[in-house]
Design a protein around this ligand. Sequence first.
Ligand code: GDP
Ligand code: MN
Length: 398
Amino acid sequence: TDGPFFRGCTDVIDYLNDPSYVKMDATFIMLTKNEELNDVLKTIESIETHFNQWFKYPYVFLNNVPFTEDFQFAIMSMTDADVQFGTIDEIDWEFPEEVRDSPLFKSTMDDQSDRGVMYGSMESYHKMCRFYSGLFYKHPLMRKHKWYWRLEPDVEFFCDITYDPFFEMAKSGKKYGFTVLIPEMYWTVPNLFRFTKSFVKDLNLKVGTLWQLFVRNYHITDTHDDDELSRWSNNAADLEYEISANIAIDYTLNEDPNNEEGIQHLVAKAKSKIPLVEDKFDDQEYNLCHFWSNFEIARLDVFDNEIYNAYFQYLEEAGGFWAERWGDAPVHSLGLALTLNLEDIHYFRDVGYRHSILHHCPRNFELLDVTEPEYRAMQPKYERKGMKYDKGFSDGIG
Ligand code: GDP
Ligand code: MN
């Protein structure tokens, strides 16, 4: 009755001692810089306090330059768990030579700051996005594991997590988990979806049903009209955000196997709002939604598989990691949609999470006990209240 996951009221020691529980082949991963030590320590303190003091999953820290001894000692003093520090090969971090030598490289990068693309002219940010898009899961320290939990400096967990999310995900057949879903800034990814669709067509792929979460049925009339575009992206973000949020909740929250009628109703509702995957593929546009990837709990093989690896290679050749500022979050989301179905995704609505200025607070869900059957009756009211940035899905700014 409580959904597939535990809700934090379980005694963690009982949980660990349950004979059916097995520790998973999983690791935390954080790509970070020596200079970020203070914020890294804040994250470690939070995750240790609220989770890892009991579960003792190892950590992998990656950096494009070696971590200093001070950095390593400071981290190791915070946890009993195993900690590995790795350096990223130059070839996985730097843009390929022919790209770096191209006369367009620098001017294209500069141009992105002119157009107000957040971090657009910051070369290291592009490298970070590219590394997280297609290379983090190939690092030798990651290759050893099946599951990972991504962390960043300056992350805060608000609630105790008294169950093992890897184990519970595996048990209920989930492959990728998120806490926050937000719209991307249009100018960072103007051509990402176009290339993604051409990849799908070139390979004649049958995408997963997760694809529906990221598609809108809308035409941009004039891509060179700034006003039109900003209106488009604002409206799209608002509208699609709400639709996506509802659908994701419908699918990942209301998995009540006893209410077949309810499920059919929700599926019909979802389909009436979003075109079918096969439907009008050429007309489909990206709604800019993506899982906020600074928090991810997932299997490594959702990325390390033939299709996703080919997708990354295709994007690499398309040049968008430097000619545009494709973020790893929209790349992950669209890339996952190539292979995964909605039911492969888990929304960690019970994980209180903050990173920089965005947070997700599970209390907003507790106020409405969405696991109760009455939730369905309440849903229209809930929608009317405008479940956007401030009610439960992503709690948005502040
Ligand atoms: P934001 O969350 O999108 O603002 O991006 P961040 O600046 O937080 O970067 C995402 C992650 O990549 C963080 O864990 C950073 O520490 C890390 N990161 C970003 N740029 C670099 C870099 O140049 N070198 C290293 N080693 N880590 C980086
Ligand atoms: Mn960050």
